[in-house]
Design a protein around this ligand. Structure first.
Ligand SMILES: NC(=O)c1ccc[n+]([C@@H]2O[C@H](COP(=O)([O-])OP(=O)(O)OC[C@H]3O[C@@H](n4cnc5c(N)ncnc54)[C@H](O)[C@@H]3O)[C@@H](O)[C@H]2O)c1
Ligand SMILES: [Zn+2]
Length: 346
């Protein structure tokens, strides 16, 4: 087991990588708790949850990441006589963690919360960084708060039951962490694709640890996303639009988004074609898609609705090399020109 401590403005957060769900009990001794999970995780692992703790179950998928779901959670909190000292424990993927973290942050002006992160994506991304929230009116993560969990248990053993497509999609954020800030991790991913895909626990623990370290370092420097934290959005401006318009998984969209961002970097003469190809090759080794499944010009118009847009400019994360990302403020006009040029490549 590896421990990482994230010191953000709001709280010190302990990330326990390789810790087991079975040991959750050690972190909650003598505390009144409520568990929030989803129906599938409850079915698979409910029997392993610590006994005697009320469990609130939410439905599956983005359509449940809503204010309506929060309302049923708040009703259950009241019914279970939760108060400001009650520890809320999310056991599940990114959706459960995002919803539970938000519910805990606002109920009675804030309760403590912890996560048992059960998907690869949530272990490397959703559970670190303190962003919690729900979708609203068709916009993803529109309503939320920055608030750190007390602890995050990343049980890599639980990844064995993940559906293959969900599992593979998590590697996209690991490869992203390597591409933006950790060339050693990128190389490690290149060398160990086969073992990682076979769920080798040591390899996975190392990959999750190194990715969380990248995210934690960035978040510590810039919790509220004013500068450095933007680097984590590598591939995401395109990915959010792709996810919304085509419904593919977050990690799959990030994979395609990273290739587009790398090609934009290439167009701007920041990296070579070889580096884009290296990124493409590694994503393919993990079974991730590298081409958009819609016309790139349509993708561009969907992107203009992205909430991170600031006026006529966009902060685009580009690569200076594999392992070093930078943010460039470019105009939508310029980006439109570049995406039009990229059309012939897909
Ligand atoms: N807060 C953040 O910083 C952040 C970052 C990235 C993504 N997110 C959010 O995370 C969400 C996506 O997260 P996700 O990919 O984990 O999706 P998810 O929570 O929907 O989980 C995917 C599916 O896997 C199932 N599952 C979970 N753990 C399992 C296990 N161990 N075995 C078998 N099945 C399991 C779930 O029931 C679900 O059906 C999105 O809403 C996204 O916006 C948040
Ligand atoms: Zn992401």
């Amino acid at each position: 087991m590896k421990l990482l401590e994230v010191k953000a403005e709001s709280r010190l957060s302990k990330i326990l990588i390789g810790e087991r769900l079975d040991n959750l009990i050690d972190y909650i001794v003598d505390r009144k708790c409520i568990i929030i999970t989803d129906s599938l995780v409850n079915k698979l692992y409910g029997k392993n949850f610590p006994a005697g703790i009320p469990v609130i179950e939410i439905g599956l998928g983005e359509k449940n990441k809503t204010l309506q779901t929060l309302q049923t959670i708040f009703d259950s909190f009241i019914w279970n006589e939760a108060d400001r000292s009650t520890l809320i424990i999310a056991i599940g993927g990114g959706i459960v963690c995002d919803v539970a973290g938000f519910a805990a942050s606002v109920f009675m002006r804030g309760m403590p919360f912890g996560f048992v992160s059960t998907t690869l994506l949530s272990q490397v991304d959703a559970s670190v960084g303190g962003k919690n929230g729900v979708n609203f009116s068709g916009y993803k993560n529109m309503i939320g708060v920055f608030n750190q969990p007390e602890f995050v248990i990343c049980d890599v053993e639980m990844l064995r039951t993940l559906e293959e497509r969900q599992f593979k999609s998590g590697f996209s954020e690991i490869i992203k962490a390597g591409a933006i800030k950790n060339p050693g991790l990128f190389y490690f991913c290149e060398e160990n694709a086969e073992r990682a895909l076979k769920l080798d626990q040591d390899i996975l623990t190392h990959m999750v640890y190194e990715s969380v370290l990248v995210k934690a370092t960035v978040v510590e420097a810039d919790e509220k996303e004013k500068g450095e934290r933007r680097l984590l959005n590598f591939g995401h401006t395109f990915a959010h639009a792709l996810e919304k318009t085509t419904g593919i998984l977050h990690g799959e969209a990030v994979s395609i988004g990273m290739i587009i961002a790398a090609m934009v970097s290439e167009k701007m003469e920041m990296i070579s074609e070889n580096e884009t190809n290296r990124l493409r090759k590694i994503l393919q080794a993990y079974g991730l898609p590298v081409e958009p499944n819609i016309d790139i010009v349509k993708l561009f118009s969907a992107m203009q609705k992205d909430k991170k847009r600031e006026g006529d400019f966009i902060h685009l994360v580009l690569l200076e090399s594999i392992g070093k990302a930078v943010t460039r403020k470019i105009s939508y006009k310029q980006l439109e020109q570049i995406t039009n040029d990229l059309r012939s490549y897909f």
